[in-house]
Design a protein around this ligand. Structure first.
Ligand code: NAP
Length: 249
């Protein structure tokens, strides 16, 4: 059976673990070649090895920081060198530095905006040079439910994720005439290293607020990304798909 992404090339940031790894793994199993970018070259290389042994996909590992423009440009260049094209960019790399606003250091505000928001801009800018020439491409930004509803203790993070939604809609308008589609996924609370520090009491409170009665799995998010990367979403751009168990409607 032909795989839905056979012949496509994808680049996923922050893919050494967590949601990014699961997205990369699903895209690879659907036939895409995969470039994965993450901060630690060693962990990224290990993840790339796992991806290719699981799926048989051609995979390259790129160490780099999405907050640095030269790293983003180099990552796109290396992906295009390896695969001859770039069809899918998933801006997944993200960090948190939580605190109440009154106690939050300016540097923690800047760091989160720099990775989560500026990083997506820099990667999209680098990838769009290729995609606009190809007259095709998909850019998928991983936002968050807290960018839509706010969250006490996360002014930096929620501002970055709300900003990503504005970035998504503006890029969608700029790139639509060349068939480069730009959408966002807004996950709710997903079980990864980012959320493993949640205390039991906080988890219990969250569960009471989630109509589907469970935290999300990385694969729940990966399936939304796969949809936005594939043929079935050819008439969708500038949209935000919520994958949040119903916590925000
Ligand atoms: P995670 O387990 O912390 O994984 C994030 C990955 O991104 C890590 O491998 C991290 O590398 C990498 N990374 C961080 N800064 C980077 C940078 N500057 N350049 C390149 N890579 C970088 O997080 P996750 O839970 O999978 O989250 C993935 C995305 O989903 C994030 O954008 C997050 O905001 C979003 N999200 C998560 C949830 C959730 O509940 N988990 C909910 C909504 C949205 P290091 O380990 O080396 O730092």
């Amino acid at each position: 059976m032909t795989k839905s992404l056979a012949g496509k090339a994808a680049l996923v940031t922050g893919a050494a673990r967590g949601i990014g790894f699961h997205i990369a793994s699903l895209l690879a199993r659907e036939g895409a070649s995969l470039a994965i970018l993450d901060l630690s070259p060693d962990e990224t290389a290990l993840a790339a090895k796992k991806l290719s042994s699981e799926s048989g996909a051609k995979t390259i590992a790129l160490g780099g920081n999405v907050a640095i423009e030269a790293d983003c440009a180099e990552a796109v260049d290396k992906a295009v060198e390896a695969f001859g094209r770039l069809d899918i960019l998933v801006n997944n790399a993200g960090i948190t530095k939580d605190n109440l606003a009154l106690r939050m250091k300016e540097s923690d505000f800047d760091a989160v905006i720099s990775v989560n928001l500026k990083g997506a801009f820099l990667m999209a800018k680098a990838a769009s040079r290729i995609m606009l020439k190809q007259h095709s491409g998909r850019i998928i930004n991983i936002s968050s439910v807290v960018g839509q509803m706010g969250n006490a203790g996360q002014v930096n993070y929620s501002a970055s994720k709300a900003g990503l939604i504005g970035l998504t809609k503006s890029l969608a308008r700029e790139f639509a005439s060349r068939d480069v589609l730009v959408n966002a996924v807004a996950p709710g609370f997903i079980l990864t290293k980012m959320t493993e520090g949640l205390k039991d009491e906080a988890k219990q409170k969250l569960l009471e607020m989630i109509p589907l009665g469970r935290l999300g799995k990385p694969d729940d998010v990966a399936h939304a990304a796969l949809f936005l990367a594939g043929e079935g979403s050819a008439y969708i751009t500038g949209q935000v798909i919520a994958v949040n168990g119903g916590i925000y409607m």
